[in-house]
Write a protein that binds this ligand. Structure first.
Ligand code: NAD
Ligand code: ZN
Length: 361
């Protein structure tokens, strides 16, 4: 099946030997050969991969769950299928197709969460760049049933971050029970997930209060993405008061917390109006949600955890990007610059996304 493509024996990959350890760019990492692919697996020659803060959490072992090691991170990859495992039946994709590899690499599709459309909660879920090697390499192994077909009218670089950042916030907004004209607060608005949340929310007719810090993120949120208001979380003396002022004293209808720190969640219950929804997306590893039980009950607040999305969410989120309704703002860098990208993410210096180019050495 792989006759059209010459598949090298080795490749460049960014590898972490042990969690918490440093990242190495290895030039002779083996490529899984077509004859070694299991049924249902495919080999994808990657063009690019977005770099999500989740990859940094995994590398630093920030979370209560520990990734595999050695680990190749990455879960916003786009490339061409160059081989499919022998004896694969009923594949929805074929060799030569351009596809995306997202965080959820595979799930059983038969269990209760899978049947309910929560494939991400499948007990047998495989996660790219966490339980299986991800997209910070030239050739990644993934699964035919879960790769996402990429529409023709979008470049691979533009599509990459729709697969995690885009889909995640798209789904969280979808389940936030907000309607046109409602106020949505987006803590982390200048980051990878946040800048897409601002756009998906605006596309749905929501009014957006972007919360983040610094002139560059403010410019992106206000001038380019047309958020309705901006609050610098480092400068404000009264976040709750600022949000109340903007929302006629009532508070916001929902907040979509895309920042990966406990602090970004801290005052959410206070600045939401009654019936408000707290969409929990950002994933600080150790912080707990310190919410007043009294006011959560008294104000009828819902706290909803929202974890990536299913195959359909990925297709829908991408479709809006392919039709120029939402646009990923990214800087392109070669794979070998991943260590400095991680440094930038740690310091909160990445505005929008960084997309790593596998073809530029
Ligand atoms: P990012 O680093 O690109 O963006 C985070 C942004 O939050 C930065 O702009 C930073 O300045 C801002 N920020 C930090 N503290 C803040 C505060 N107190 N208030 C407001 N803004 C603040 O990261 P990202 O790639 O967008 O990922 C964000 C988080 O989302 C990470 O924790 C990541 O693991 C998580 N994530 C969750 C899911 C999910 O399924 N729930 C999916 C993908 C990523
Ligand atoms: Zn991600």
């Amino acid at each position: 099946m792989s006759h059209e493509y010459t598949i090298p024996k080795t490749q460049t990959a960014a590898i972490i030997q042990k969690v918490g350890g440093s990242l190495e760019i290895v030039k002779d990492h083996p490529v899984k050969q077509p004859e070694d692919l299991a049924p249902g697996e495919c080999l994808v020659k990657l063009e690019c991969s977005g770099c999500c803060h989740t990859d940094l959490h995994a590398a630093l072992n920030d979370w209560p769950l520990t990734p595999k090691t050695p680990l190749i991170g990455g879960h916003e990859g786009v490339g061409i299928i160059v081989a499919i495992g022998e004896h694969t039946s009923g594949s929805p994709v074929k060799v030569g197709d351009r596809v995306g590899i997202k965080w959820l690499a595979n799930s059983c599709l038969n269990c209760e969460p899978c049947r309910q459309g929560r494939e991400q909660n499948c007990e047998e879920a495989q996660l790219s760049g966490f339980t299986v090697d991800g997209t910070f390499q030239e050739y990644a192994v993934s699964y035919v049933r879960h790769v996402t077909p990429i529409p023709k009218n979008i470049s691979s670089q533009e599509a990459a971050s729709a697969l995690c950042a885009g889909m995640t916030v798209y789904r969280a907004i979808k389940y936030s029970e907000t309607t046109q004209g409602n106020w949505l607060v987006v803590p982390g608005a200048g980051g990878g997930l946040g800048h897409l949340a601002v756009q998906y929310a605006r596309a749905r007719g929501l009014r957006v209060i972007a919360v983040d810090t610094g002139a560059e993120k403010k410019k992106l949120c206000m001038d380019t993405l047309k958020a309705n208001a901006w609050i610098d979380f480092k400068e404000t003396k009264d976040l709750v008061g600022d949000i109340k002022k903007l929302t006629d004293g009532m508070g916001a209808h929902a907040t979509l917390v895309t920042a990966g720190t406990g602090a970004a969640y801290a005052q959410a219950i206070d600045y939401l109006r009654t019936g408000g929804k707290l969409m929990a997306v950002g994933l600080p590893g150790k912080a707990t949600l310190d919410a007043s039980i009294f006011f959560t009950v008294f104000k009828s607040i819902s706290i909803i955890g929202s974890y990536v999305g299913n195959r359909q969410d990925a297709i829908e989120a991408l479709e809006l990007c392919a039709n120029d309704i939402v646009k990923v703002y990214f800087v392109s860098k070669p794979l070998k610059e991943l260590p400095s990208v991680y440094e930038g993410l740690k310091k909160g210096e990445v505005t929008g996304r960084v997309v790593l180019d596998m073809e530029s050495k």
